[in-house]
Each structure stands twice: as C-alpha cells, then as structure tokens.
Design a protein around this ligand. Structure first.
Ligand code: PLP
Length: 367
C-alpha cells in the first residue's frame, strides 16, 4: 500500500519545465540575480500584492538576514508554537528568544501576554502566522509602537493570504516566506523577505550576497543567501499553477470539515473570517472526548501508512538549546502546551485523491 504523507509537493508536468532549463543552458547565467530571478521577484510581488520582495535560497536564511538587516540584538519575543527555525534564527544572531504563550483559538502569539515579557533588552517581536492564520497584527503593532520595538513576521505558512482585503505580508517591519518543498508554493528550497521600500531591499540584497555593494566594496558581514536560476525558473512555472493548487486544497479542507463535524472529540479549528486562506495545513484537535489519545490516533494512522504530523509538538521551548530559558517554563506557556498535546495535522495537498481522503476520514470516525 502506498504511503500518504501530510503533504506532497505539487510538480507540474516535467515537459513544462524543460524550456526553462534550455534557456538557462543557453544563457549560462546560473545565479546572482539572473533573468529568471528578476522575473520571479516581479511576478511574485504582483501575485502577492506587495511592492518589494527579495528572494532567498531558503526561508531560514531569509529569517536570519531579516534580523541582521534591522540589527536586532538582545531579546526578542516569539512563540514556542512554530517550526524550530523561527527561534534558531534568533540564536544564529546571538539573540535570546523570550517565549510568550499563544491564543488557544488562533494558535498565534497572544498579544495580551506580550507586554509582561518586555524588558529593557527587548528589541523586537517575531510572531508567526501559524497555519497561515493571521496574527492580531493591529494589536501587535500598537504594542511595538508603544515600546519602540521592531516586528518581523515569520510568514512561512502565509503565502498568498489576504487579510481585510490586503496582503498579510504588508504588516510589521519585515515578513519572511518559505518556499520549501513542503509549503503551498515551492521552489524545492527557497524563501523571500518582503520589505516596505527600495532602500531596505537594497540593504537586504547586499546582505544576501556577502555584503558586496560593488566588485571591491564589502559593507557588512553578509551571507550567501542567494536563490539560483533553477529555483527561480521552477517558481515561475509553479506560479502558473498556483490558483488551481490552492483551489484543490480548498476542496479538501471543505470535505474534511463536512465529514469530521459529526466525530465526537475531534474539532476542526475555524478559518479566520477576516482573511483568505491558502489551506496549507489541516489541523484537528483530538479532545479528551475522543476514544483515543492524540498519539494513539497518530500511531493508528501510521499503521495504515498515513503519516499525519504533530505540528507543533514538541514545542520549540522544549528542545534542549531552549529548555533552560526562564521563558520556557511550562507554567508560563499553558495554552501552547495544551494545544501541542492535542493537535494533529492531516494530509492536505493537491494530489490527495478523494478516495484516500475518505479512507483517512473513515479511520478517524470508526473509533
Ligand atoms: C518552513 C518554515 C521555516 C523555514 O523555512 P525553510 O525554507 O525550510 O528554511 C520557518 N518558519 C516556519 C514557521 C516554517 O514553517
């Protein structure tokens, strides 16, 4: 029996990609802002409804560079309920993460708990739009303004999400995206920083190219964060298919909601009513009314070759390089701990067949 993973990348027909490769072979321009790189920056900015976007080799380098570009130091307030790269980007900059609890409805950083965590060392807030659901961006901005803090959004899950009719990526000082193979839009590996103006973009572009500003001048200890032409070309091809990919995800999301509503002890967190969704994940909460524990259901699905994922368990604050921090104490993060023990992300991707989805639903509902 074939394996069903939580996600599987959408791959356009190979023949559609061949002409792009032929052009790269023709140009012999493989990286360093080649023609496909320039075109993808333009097309993505248009598609996403933002003005300034800098491509990266992956989302983690985009995060590390975003923090560098704003010269963030000291302490940064962030969420324990995310992929580990969110906090790792802080450690790579010598910054101390300060974990704040999440809102049990949105699973995002709880703005009401941010101010109590601010100290004289705090310089920024690094929230995550978890599963693509927008953070409370207005309240976070009010707090940031009041305390003179920068806001950098880890928007790795939020590709294409519109909030109150506008791109969610316009909020905060910077937002980062990931185009990893597991994300809604992928370039095998890839990422981007969305920034408000050309001057900020110039700084970011210099930083992702070792800090070079011309052949002989290096202005900062930059990194190699550049996206190559093969990645960029693949992104241009993906973009041609993205509407159909997201629409198929929407159908799968709707089907799960319809089928699982009658299952006692399984809750499907609602989608935000003020935002569009990209249907990047399908989290369910396995409550105590369900006959099996979350982990028992996870194992049962595995026995049937269905690889659901416990995003995000363990919490970032439980990993050894973070667990010694005062803000990692579970007493300060009750909601994050509770959700982390209940959540299970079910398979959702355009290639998931209706019959495979019904099989998943059947296994969950027959308990
Ligand atoms: C995927 C992801 C990243 C990292 O992106 P990469 O492109 O894999 O480096 C960062 N933050 C979150 C929340 C993610 O899901």
């Amino acid at each position: 029996m074939k394996n069903i993973y939580v996600t599987q990348p959408f791959l356009p027909p190979l023949r559609e990609f061949v002409p792009y490769l032929e052009q790269i072979w023709e140009n012999k321009w493989l990286t360093n802002s080649g023609p496909f790189h320039q075109e993808l920056e333009k097309e993505l900015a248009d598609f996403l409804g933002v003005e300034h976007l800098a491509l990266f080799a992956n989302g983690t380098l985009a995060l590390v560079t975003a923090l560098q570009s704003l010269q963030i130091t000291g302490e940064v307030i962030t969420t324990p309920f995310s992929f580990v790269a969110t906090a790792h980007s802080l450690l790579w900059n010598g910054i101390r993460p300060v974990f704040v609890d999440i809102d049990p409805i949105t699973f995002n950083l709880d703005p009401d708990k941010i101010e109590a965590a601010i100290t004289p060392h705090t310089t920024a807030i690094l929230p995550v739009h978890v599963y693509g659901n927008p953070c409370n961006v207005e309240q976070i901005q009010v707090i940031a303004n009041r305390h003179g803090l920068k806001v950098i959004y880890d928007a790795a899950h939020a590709f294409g999400v519109k909030y109150k009719g506008e791109s969610i990526l316009k909020h905060g000082d910077l937002s980062i995206l990931s185009f990893h193979a597991t994300k809604v839009f992928n370039t095998f590996e890839g990422g981007a920083i969305i920034c408000p103006d050309a001057k900020t973009k110039k700084r970011i572009v210099d930083l992702k190219n070792f800090g070079f500003v011309d052949e002989v001048t290096v202005v900062a200890p930059g990194i190699n964060g550049k996206m190559n032409e093969v990645q960029a070309a693949f992104g241009l091809l993906q973009l041609k298919h993205i509407d159909k990919v997201i629409d198929r995800r929407r159908q799968i999301d709707a089907q799960y909601r319809k089928q699982l509503i009658s299952v006692t002890g399984i809750t499907c967190p609602p989608l935000s009513i003020e935002a569009t969704s990209n249907y990047s994940y399908f989290p369910v909460l396995v409550e105590k009314e369900y006959p099996l524990s979350r982990d028992a259901l996870y194992e049962k699905l595995r026995q049937c070759n269905i690889y659901a994922r416990r995003y995000f368990y363990p919490l970032i604050s439980e990993f050894p390089m973070y667990s010694g921090l005062a803000s990692s104490l579970s007493s300060g993060l009750p909601e994050a701990h509770s959700i982390s023990l209940k959540v299970l992300c079910l398979p959702i991707y355009p290639g998931l067949s209706c019959s495979d989805q019904m099989k998943i639903v059947k296994i969950i509902s027959e308990e």
